[in-house]
Design a protein around this ligand. Structure first.
Ligand code: ZN
Length: 70
């Protein structure tokens, strides 16, 4: 499932969220829905080798969240 990055136009909060088809994300800070969709580099399916921890490629890796990053 794709993760999109948004920035709230009201309070400028930046956040990442999973967006299911047909759902409108809300700002976690002010619950506004005036959101700017940011074009961040995809973290899933980039095809690049995982260099963050050297383990098998994981979509969570890179932020220390894959369990192999120390
Ligand atoms: Zn906001």
């Amino acid at each position: 499932m794709p993760i999109f990055e948004y920035q709230c136009r009201a309070c400028e909060q930046r956040f990442e969220t999973l967006v299911r088809h047909g759902e409108q994300p809300q700002c976690p800070e002010c619950h506004g829905d005036q959101l700017e969709k940011l074009l961040s580099a995809p973290t899933i399916g980039s095809g690049l080798p995982d260099t963050a921890c050297g383990n098998a490629p994981s979509p969570m890796c890179g932020g220390g969240g894959c369990g192999g990053c120390q």
